[in-house]
Design a protein around this ligand. Structure first.
Ligand SMILES: [Zn+2]
Length: 296
C-alpha cells in the first residue's frame, strides 16, 4: 500500500523508467588515477557500455517506441560523443552524473568545481542544460543539493526516503526526488570489479533480474513508480538485455504502464501538485552537524 499514490497520465497504473548510468571507464580512472590509463581489462569492460551495449539498448527503445533517461559523467560525454549524439537523436534524456564519477564527499569548493565542470560539458556537448542529477554511487550531500537548487535543476535521483517521487525542500528552494534503492540496481547482482573494491558473486541473467520483476509487480499493484538503475556494461550484456527486452515487450503489451524519461515524470509531479496533490516533503538539511557530537 502507498498512502499518497500519484495519478499517472492516460489511466496508467504505474510510472516506469529504466535509467542507465553510462559510466564507461570513468570508474577505473577515478579509483586508480596513477595507472588507470594502462589497466586495459577494466578500461575494456567499461568501453563495452558506450560502444557495444548502447547501440543495442537504443535499438530496443526505438523498436518499442519508448524514451528513457541516461545519466552520464561529463568526462564520458567528451570521450564518447558519437554515443551521446545517438542518445539525443533518438529523443532520450541525459542527466548530470558528476564529471569523472567522483565521490561527492569532498570539500565544498572542490564539489562546486567538479559539479560545474560537468555542467559545462553537458552544455557544450549536448547543447542543453540537464534537468536531472544522479550522484555517482548515490553519494549526494547537502552541498550538491544546494548546487542543484542554485542551478535550477528540476530533480535529483540519488535518495531513498520513499517509494514514489517526493519533494526535497531547503531554505533556498525545492527539488523533486525520483527515489532509487539497491533492490532495483544492477550493481549487487552483476558487478564484479576487484580493482575498485567490489567482489560480488555474479548471478545468472534470470536470477539476477528476478528481484527487479518482483519489485515491479508490487509497484504495479500499489499504483507506484518502478525504476531500474542499471549500467550498459552490466545489464546491456547480451543475455541480460535479451531478458530485459522480453520483459519490456510483455509489460508494454499486457499492463497499463507509463514509460517516460525522469524529466517527464518529474514535470508530471509538478503538474499534479498544482492540481492539489499533496506530495510528501522532506526538509533538508537533515542535520546541522555530526550527530554523535550532540549525543556526548
Ligand atoms: Zn555511475
Amino acid at each position: 500500500m502507498i498512502s499518497n499514490p500519484i495519478s499517472w497520465p492516460d489511466g496508467a497504473r504505474c510510472a516506469c523508467a529504466i535509467t542507465f548510468d553510462m559510466d564507461a571507464d570513468s570508474l577505473i580512472h577515478i579509483a586508480r588515477p596513477a595507472d588507470s590509463h594502462d589497466r586495459l581489462y577494466p578500461i575494456s569492460m567499461g568501453r563495452y557500455g558506450p560502444t557495444v551495449a548502447m547501440p543495442r539498448i537504443l535499438d530496443t527503445y526505438r523498436r518499442l517506441g519508448i524514451k528513457q533517461s541516461f545519466f552520464v559523467p561529463g568526462w564520458c560525454l567528451e570521450q564518447y560523443p558519437q554515443t551521446i549524439e545517438q542518445i539525443l537523436a533518438d529523443g532520450h534524456e541525459i542527466g548530470h552524473h558528476g564529471y569523472l564519477h567522483e565521490d561527492p564527499i569532498v570539500t565544498r569548493d572542490q564539489q562546486r568545481m567538479w559539479f560545474e565542470r560537468a555542467l559545462e560539458s553537458h552544455q557544450r556537448i549536448t547543447g542543453r542544460k540537464p534537468q536531472g542529477y544522479r550522484a555517482p554511487v548515490y553519494n549526494i550531500n547537502q552541498t550538491v543539493v544546494d548546487l542543484l537548487i542554485e542551478h535550477e535543476f528540476r530533480y535529483d535521483s540519488s535518495m531513498m526516503a520513499d517509494d514514489i517521487p517526493y519533494v526535497l525542500k531547503t531554505a533556498a528552494g525545492e527539488l523533486n526526488e525520483m527515489p532509487v534503492h539497491w533492490g532495483t540496481d544492477d550493481w549487487p547482482p552483476f558487478a564484479h570489479y576487484d580493482e575498485i573494491g567490489y567482489m560480488m558473486p555474479v548471478r545468472g541473467p534470470s536470477a539476477g533480474l528476478q528481484g527487479f520483476w518482483e519489485e515491479f509487480d508490487a509497484m504495479y499493484e500499489a499504483g507506484g513508480f518502478f525504476m531500474l538503475i542499471v549500467h550498459p556494461f552490466l545489464t546491456g550484456r547480451l543475455a541480460r538485455w535479451r531478458l530485459v527486452e522480453q520483459w519490456l515487450e510483455k509489460t508494454l503489451r499486457d499492463k497499463k504502464v507509463w514509460f517516460a524519461p525522469l524529466a517527464e515524470i518529474s514535470a508530471h509531479l509538478d503538474a499534479q501538485r498544482v492540481a492539489g496533490y499533496q506530495a510528501r516533503i522532506e526538509q533538508l538539511p537533515y542535520y546541522d552537524g555530526p550527530v554523535a557530537a550532540t549525543a556526548e
